[in-house]
Design a protein around this ligand. Structure first.
Ligand SMILES: O=C(O)[C@H](O)[C@@H](O)[C@H](O)[C@H](O)COP(=O)(O)O
Length: 243
């Protein structure tokens, strides 16, 4: 695991953008394609906008990039809460990404049907070989959730890689999410976390006593790959160990 700690959110986002370009070009050189599972929420929006900007837009052959989602809200794809809609506006439209290169969760189905269909799409993309994304981007909630692996939820107990319709009893909603075994099969995993409100969750994820029910981000540990954390100083403020 590698920690990259920067002074400001903009520097974190630029650092992750440079890493994204590096992994994308290495993947394309090795396998003629780059598969990435995007994270949702608010933190990555600026990352996607930066990747689509003149600074980085010409750094990758986007025709060889295949976009998936680490998780999705159980809302229509034109809903303001949709992770797909956020990425579409910030990344796919500005870069003229072909629809065939984007694998969105079909939230027109029931949560379980959507999860099942997404799992089938991922398996098909990887030709039923090991489902190993070249990169999975993750955020971190204040409650130490990541993707839609929330404290005390059913999906935390999975042992086989898959996609789950994860019920959140506290909010009485479903989220569709890659489970930890599928995330951990990725070649590279990168957390993007900034802001002082995230400091306790970063400590819980990296240094608190093991308690995955309470701190689901502790489940993330790439089997064969590397986990990189991209943090700003405030988000790393509660860490005590040297990395
Ligand atoms: O669908 C989502 O919301 C995300 O995938 C989720 O796991 C997010 O990364 C964290 O909740 C952090 O969200 P912020 O970046 O908005 O703090």
């Amino acid at each position: 695991m590698t920690l990259n700690i920067f002074n400001s959110p903009d520097e974190v986002i630029d650092g992750l953008a440079q890493y994204f370009v590096k992994v994308a070009n290495e993947s394309i050189a090795a396998r003629s394609k780059f598969s990435v599972a995007l994270s949702g929420g608010s933190s990555p929006k600026k990352l996607y906008e930066l990747l689509a900007s003149t600074t980085y837009a010409d750094s990758i052959d986007w025709t060889k990039v295949y976009f998936f989602f680490g998780d999705e809200r159980n809302v229509p794809q034109n809903d303001p809460e949709s992770n797909y809609l956020m990425a579409k506006k910030a990344l796919f439209e500005p870069l003229y990404i072909e629809p065939a290169n984007v694998f969105a969760v079909d939230t027109s189905l029931t949560p379980n049907e959507a999860a099942q269909k997404y799992a089938e799409q991922i398996a098909e993309f990887f030709d039923d070989d090991e489902m190993s994304f070249d990169l999975v981007l993750l955020g971190l909630g204040d409650d130490t959730h990541t993707a839609s692996l929330f404290p005390g939820t059913e999906a935390l107990h999975d042992v086989s890689p898959s996609v789950k319709a994860n019920y959140l009893p506290t909010k009485d909603i479903y989220r569709i999410t890659l489970n930890a075994p599928l995330i951990n099969d990725a070649k590279n995993i990168a957390f993007l976390v900034y802001g002082e409100s995230k400091a306790p969750a970063v400590y819980n994820a990296l240094e608190a006593d093991e308690n995955v029910e309470l701190y689901p981000a502790q489940l993330i540990d790439a089997i064969a790959g590397e986990v990189h954390w991209f943090l700003d100083e405030p988000a790393a403020a509660d860490l005590k160990e040297a990395y």
